[in-house]
Design a protein around this ligand. Structure first.
Ligand code: NAD
Length: 479
């Protein structure tokens, strides 16, 4: 029944593994988006083989020639953002305005990396030896495995594909199973833009296919985005076979409302950070630390704003939150809410609030007076659930921000420059925001978590070029 196809060496094939998957519209469970098989291990072998075979020719093209293709693919994504956004909303429930914005962003990410082709790729060095021309150049790492999640099905794929292809790496890409048509639409744009057969190979699959990519001896680099437990296991596998790994993982991001905050702004940032995409962003705000001097005023305003948020069909632009992405997400998030209630935490919003039926909808939920060590304040929930934690001043806030195993993003809301600098210098997160939400990235800045949130070189920006390339030093005596 499905039109789900792998693309290997430029040929579309039906995935032939034994495991099957049903992608369901999470807002309307009677709408089955696709029912399809995952790839077989033979298909993984064929994809890696294609990436190997196409490597020499792709590496042999100039970076500028590769970039022209990337730029065309980016423009196609931008021009198709409306269609892609609607597809994304149906496959994983992201509100359509956010989904359209993501599709456009994904295209611009490819264009950003395309523009890098015109910049210097090495340096000229002094030599202590006479008449020696000494220089460095980047060489592509080889075929790379890319494993991506469902929550940003286009942009995360593009911020791996863009630098990989620019650098001359070829790719075996396994997206998350929830969003097969988004992945195929991205693959189609790459092909239409001129990516040669075998340079990008799309494999549909789940944990088994991802595991085979991580373990494959012919993939010298593997980049992963997803949960911390899977990322750490992939990192061990890839590094254990002495290859390169790069993993972006989960978060437990804190927004700190300092005594000198603009409270209206703090409320807006908290609502945006905690509940956009129904909290299913790695950078979503899931802890709000509030100075006791402003605790009651902030809490009352926040509660009021949360009560006004509309939960509903992601295709309806009035919906602030759509559904959670699938049954697994729904069961996990509801389980965290029930455990929070059972543990005796005060529910300030959500919990039992009614939401639309027929989909995986969860009301935005706020727990008050949460201890920093409580499960609600420690575990990544990845849903529209936030814990309010009272603190006394910036020193305690920093201690609490740092008291988790994660280290992805954090925010301080303040008009006090000293507090902002202190916070930005001492929190253990790879991303720090001042008077901005915990969520939100710009493609030219490095993006990477610390501690349990990230391993290896950060993504986006230009640091990631070091992941997809090896440095070569050339010493040339000319006399
Ligand atoms: P996930 O770890 O379950 O899956 C991510 C990808 O890995 C998918 O393609 C999946 O099929 C594959 N996979 C699953 N198990 C595997 C295994 N054992 N071996 C190899 N591959 C495997 O994560 P998810 O539920 O798709 O995404 C949500 C998680 O991703 C959250 O924890 C979120 O914080 C994180 N995330 C992080 C970032 C970031 O940049 N730090 C961005 C988005 C999402």
């Amino acid at each position: 029944m499905s039109r789900i196809r792998n693309v290997v060496a430029g040929v579309e094939t039906v995935p032939q593994g034994e495991a099957q998957y049903r992608s369901v519209n999470p807002a309307r469970l009677d709408d089955v988006v696709a029912h399809y098989a995952f790839s077989s291990m033979a298909q993984v072998e064929a994809a890696v083989g294609a990436a190997r075979s196409s490597f020499a020719a792709w590496r042999g093209r100039s970076a500028i020639a590769r970039a022209e293709i990337l730029a065309r693919a980016g423009a196609l994504l931008v021009s198709r953002a409306d269609t892609l956004g609607a597809l994304m909303a149906r496959e994983m429930g992201k509100p359509v305005a956010e989904a359209v914005a993501e599709a456009g962003y994904a295209g611009r990410v490819l264009q950003f990396y395309a523009a890098e082709a015109h910049r210097a790729v090495g340096e000229t060095l002094q030599s202590g030896r006479p008449h020696v021309h000494y220089y460095t150049r980047r060489e592509p790492v080889g075929p790379a495995g890319l494993i991506t999640p469902w929550n940003f099905p286009l942009s995360i794929a593009c911020w791996k594909l863009g630098p990989a292809l620019l650098c001359g790496a070829t790719v075996v890409w396994k997206p998350a199973p929830h969003t097969p048509f988004c992945s195929q639409a991205l693959m189609a744009a790459l092909t239409e833009a001129g990516v040669p057969d075998g340079v990008v190979n799309l494999l549909h699959g789940g944990a088994e296919v991802g595991g085979a990519i991580a373990a494959h001896p012919d993939l010298p680099a593997v980049s992963f985005t997803g949960s911390t437990s899977v990322g750490q296991s992939i990192y061990r596998t890839v590094c254990g076979r002495l290859a390169r790994a790069q993993c972006e993982m989960g978060g437990k991001n804190a927004l700190y409302v300092h005594a000198a905050a603009d409270l209206d702004k703090a409320v807006t940032l908290a609502v945006e950070g905690a509940f956009r995409s129904a909290g299913q962003k790695c950078t979503a705000t899931s802890r709000i630390l509030i100075d006791r001097t402003v605790l009651s005023r902030f809490t009352e305003q926040f509660r009021h704003r949360v009560a006004s948020l509309v939960v509903g069909d992601p295709m309806d632009t009035a919906s602030f939150l759509g559904p959670l992405a699938d049954d697994h997400q729904f069961a996990k998030v509801v389980g965290h809410i029930q455990a929070g209630v059972a543990a005796g935490h005060t529910v300030l919003a959500g919990g039992s609030t009614s939401v639309p039926q027929g989909g995986y909808f969860v009301a935005p939920t706020v727990f008050a007076d949460v201890e920093p060590g409580a499960d609600l304040a420690q575990q990544e929930i990845f849903g529209p659930v936030v814990a309010l934690i009272p603190v006394d001043g910036v020193n305690e806030a920093i201690t609490v921000v740092n008291a988790t195993t994660y280290g992805l993003s954090s925010t301080i809301v303040t008009r006090d420059l000293g507090a902002a600098h202190r916070f930005a210098a001492d929190v253990e997160t790879g991303v720090v925001n001042v008077n901005l939400p915990t969520a939100g990235v710009e493609m030219h800045a490095p993006f990477g978590g610390w501690k349990g949130s990230g391993l290896g070189v950060p993504e986006q920006g230009l640091k990631i070029l070091d992941f997809y390339t090896k440095w070569r030093s050339v010493a040339m005596q000319y006399a």
